[in-house]
Design a protein around this ligand. Structure first.
Ligand code: NI
Length: 521
């Protein structure tokens, strides 16, 4: 869950990267709102339906994702987070030399820990009559090849009388050094057909789903996506994600269109049947999807590259210590713009300056290639919401949807879930902070406002750099020509004054979802 989603698959390749840098993509559970016997939702879905009595009415035999021999993966290592007092034990796999992947996996582990601690604080601990809560997270390998490795991650919370399972499949291309989103494994056609197919499958199993939760899970959620040992498409949901907790964590296995056999179309000549399938049911798998399936069914364990061949991130990323240097974060809102943003990226590339772009979801959807380039160039991509509404005027539901939709558009473009959000107009209230927390977004304001949108004067924009101090976050807008014109001088002026431009995350370090930041320390 937390990082991948399906049906709408509006997100392309990014899922792929899915995680890559960003990671984290899950939402924090609503701390303190849940009674100890009801596991909290950690998805972006609306509050799941919770059964007061989670005793299984039936024990469905859910399809399982393929498991391959982990020992065949030479580069495999593991990393553990444990706290015996709090009854936490989390193990995630690591791939030696593949640091982006490792950071992502570790972040997932940390998120499990944080969510669990947030939800089961000592003062809310269940009575002695109920077993103390515990968190156990484990993993398996579902696919191995030089271009695709799949890790299945599963965390189980046992808060007293009931349990909840959250899972996710991390796909990674070790040759390119890129995280691959589950959605990127599927074609648009698959994404359209998935919802009815899954619904029919669950109905056939006599599973009662909550239609609204189900749709949300496929649209905005991140079901675990992989393949069964028979080569079917595996889609796994979390506990409470699409129905009552008594279901456990439901999953389905769907035969891929190209794999239908004559059993499905009795009486037809095989050739006709193939033709029919081809005509009516386009392929579900993208190239990445085929690579993932092949790596699941016929794992190729040699030649997994020791390090990715993808270009290293800009040197600035790893070497800057903002505790020692005078860091400043340049931020650009309201884009990307087809006219101006590419020009800005050229300048930043030439100057080797990282920046942070708070993009609108609508714009990111319209110009995903610009957002992808900014991401690949080493800039940070945050959300500026879906359409620049004043968030304080939205209902809780609309707010949640807005943030989720924007996150989705960004993830589709970059492969990475954003962790930063700049509220339009800087407008904030408790409801916005709460929604941001649930959407895993820290709120990033600014301490230096260039007012570039107002005066549209490059000189004035440059002049406003006089207000910059160590730790400043500078607000600009990459949709104005005059702002782009100012940037070379802005950089020159800042450097002359001894400042080092960094991204917001480099400046702030780890940020907390739902918290507001105006500047670094
Ligand atoms: Ni704005």
């Amino acid at each position: 869950m937390r990082f991948h989603a399906l049906k709408v698959f509006t997100i392309p390749a990014v899922f792929a990267l899915l995680i890559l840098a960003a990671c984290g993509g899950e939402t924090a559970p609503p701390a303190g709102e849940t009674p100890p016997t009801s596991p909290p939702s950690r998805t972006t879905a609306p509050a799941p339906v919770r059964s007061p009595d989670p005793t299984p009415e039936r024990e469905p035999n859910w399809p399982q994702i393929q498991q391959v021999d982990p020992s065949a993966l030479d580069l495999l290592e593991t990393r553990t987070i444990s706290d015996n007092e709090a009854r936490i034990h989390i193990v995630v796999p690591q791939l030696a030399g593949h640091e982006d992947l490792n950071a992502h996996l570790h972040q997932w582990a940390q998120h499990q820990e944080e969510s669990f601690r947030d939800n089961y604080r000592p003062d809310e601990s269940p009575s002695a009559a109920i077993a103390a809560p515990s968190l156990t997270a484990t993993w398996s390998v579902t696919a191995i090849s030089p271009t695709m490795v799949g890790f299945y991650l599963e965390s189980t919370e046992s808060p007293g009388a009931s349990t909840a399972t959250y899972r996710e499949v991390i796909w990674y291309n070790p040759t390119a050094g890129e995280l691959v989103s589950g959605r990127d494994l599927l074609t648009d056609a698959a994404q359209k057909q998935l919802e009815p197919r899954i619904a029919a499958e669950l109905e056939a199993q006599d599973v009662k789903i909550e239609p609204e939760e189900f749709e949300h899970a496929l649209t905005d959620g991140d079901p675990a996506l992989g393949f069964t040992e028979r080569g079917e498409l595996f889609i796994g949901f979390d506990s409470y994600e699409i129905g009552a907790g008594s279901l456990g964590a439901p999953s389905v296995a769907l035969t891929l269109p190209g794999d239908r056999t004559d059993e499905n179309v009795k009486g037809e000549d095989p050739a006709d049947s193939e033709e029919r399938e081809n005509a009516n049911e386009p392929d579900w798998l993208t190239d990445a999807g085929r690579a993932a399936k092949e790596a699941s069914l016929e794992p190729e364990t040699t030649d997994v590259p020791e390090t990715p061949t993808a270009p290293d991130p800009p040197a600035s990323e790893s070497e800057i210590d903002c505790e020692k240097e005078k860091c400043v974060a340049l931020t650009f809102d309201d884009g990307p713009s087809a006219k101006t943003t590419s020009k800005l990226l050229d300048i930043l590339e030439r100057e080797e300056v990282p920046a942070t772009f708070f993009v609108l979801g609508t714009q990111a959807k319209a110009f995903p290639e610009i957002v992808a380039r900014a991401h690949e160039d080493g800039h940070e991509i945050g959300s500026h919401t879906w359409k620049h509404a004043n968030l304080t005027s939205l209902s809780g539901k609309a707010l949640k949807k807005d943030l989720a939709t924007a996150n989705k558009a960004i993830k589709k473009a970059t492969g990475v879930e954003p962790h930063l959000m700049r509220p339009p107009y800087g407008a904030l209230d408790a409801a916005v902070a709460k929604a941001a927390k649930k959407a895993d977004l820290a709120l990033i304001l600014w301490d230096v406002d260039t007012l570039d949108w107002d005066h549209r004067d490059a000189k004035k924009t440059v002049k406003s750099m006089k207000d910059v101090s160590a730790g400043s976050i500078v607000l600009m807008h990459d949709i104005h020509e005059t702002t782009i014109d100012a940037v070379p001088q802005v950089i020159k002026k800042l450097r002359k004054a001894g400042f080092t431009p960094v991204t917001v995350s480099q400046l702030l370090g780890d940020t907390k979802p739902g918290e507001s930041y105006f500047r670094g320390s």
